[in-house]
Design a binder for this molecule. Structure first.
Ligand SMILES: O=C(O)c1ccccc1N[C@@H]1O[C@H](COP(=O)(O)O)[C@@H](O)[C@H]1O
Length: 205
């Protein structure tokens, strides 16, 4: 089971997540998020990481210019689009990308898999009116169809207390967490990150 910890805003949290064995970290380039990072902060976090930790840049309905600027300045391995971006926009940066889907019913993921066939994976998140993500809200996992043609990353309200149950219940390639491993918005808690990673790996054995 692969694990991404999203919304890293401090160098020490990125280093600790890597030390704990996380597969990927997410950096939020969305000014409305409490986890938004500047290019300078993102570069410092990336520079402190050991090799083989995937760095994902998260955007919400960003302009092409903003994504290009971040790509030119920060060594991102993958993009995560969390808004209403079209498949053409997502694919145009010539980088592997994840498309987030805020799940309301079971047809949402099936339709997104068809529409974003070029995505590296879909990321299933909870639907919360007016908020794009990082809400700490979970959704009904039975809405996930069993036969999606793309790898699925489960997110939305995951934390140390429910991740083991989640990976036992749903067949997913990876899990993603932001608020569930925080002590305050944007501040990761080392013990919660450790418990989350351990729960995800244990539940998938
Ligand atoms: O983390 C954020 O602040 C954020 C803002 C806007 C869009 C997405 C965001 N984060 C992503 O939201 C999901 C679920 O987060 P949570 O674990 O429920 O807090 C996760 O994929 C983050 O990558």
């Amino acid at each position: 089971m692969r694990v991404k910890i999203c919304g890293i805003t401090r160098v020490e949290d990125g280093v600790e997540a890597a030390r704990l064995g996380v597969d990927a970290i997410g950096l939020v380039f969305y000014p409305k998020s409490p986890r938004n990072v500047s290019i300078a902060r993102a570069s410092a976090i990336i520079a402190a990481l050991p090799p083989f930790v995937t760095v994902v840049g998260l955007f919400v309905d960003a302009t092409r210019e903003w994504v290009d600027t971040v790509l030119a300045e920060c060594a991102l391995d993958m993009l995560q689009f969390h808004g209403e971006e079209t498949p053409e926009f997502c694919a145009s940066f010539k980088r592997p990308y994840l498309k987030a889907v805020r799940v309301k019913d079971s047809a949402d993921l099936t339709a997104a898999a068809r529409r974003y066939a070029g995505a590296r994976a879909l990321l299933a998140d909870a639907f919360v009116e007016g908020v794009h993500g990082g809400t700490g809200t979970s959704f009904d996992w039975s809405l996930i169809p069993p036969d999606l043609p793309l790898p699925l990353i489960l997110s939305g309200g995951l934390g140390p207390d429910n991740v083991e149950d989640a990976v036992r219940t749903v067949a997913v390639a990876a899990v993603d967490v932001s608020s569930g491993v925080e002590s305050a918005k944007g501040i990761k808690d080392a013990a919660r990150m450790a418990a989350f990673i351990s729960g995800a790996r244990h539940g998938s054995l």
